[in-house]
Design a protein around this ligand. Structure first.
Ligand code: ZN
Length: 78
């Protein structure tokens, strides 16, 4: 049974891509070339997050900052 070079998932011969990480099965064969396989620690899960935590922090700071500026301006105007 062939295994994905990226995540070591067992691959079905009918699959065109690894169901786990999306690596093309065409690049996967029974012959493994030393040095062609990435180190284990380098692989990353294919996680896609629309809003990351730093972006969320910036958005919150922008909103609170604009609210504070509006409050100060309202006080100045009476
Ligand atoms: Zn994979």
């Amino acid at each position: 049974m062939a295994a994905c070079v990226s995540c070591s998932t067992a691959l079905d011969p009918r699959w065109k891509y690894c169901v786990d990480c999306g690596t093309p099965v065409a690049a996967v064969g029974p012959v493994t070339i030393p040095g062609a396989i990435r180190p284990e620690g380098e692989r990353r899960p294919p996680v896609t997050r629309v809003i990351t935590t730093p972006v969320l922090i910036v958005i919150v700071l922008a909103i609170t900052g604009s609210i504070a500026a509006f409050a100060v301006a309202a006080q100045w105007l009476g």
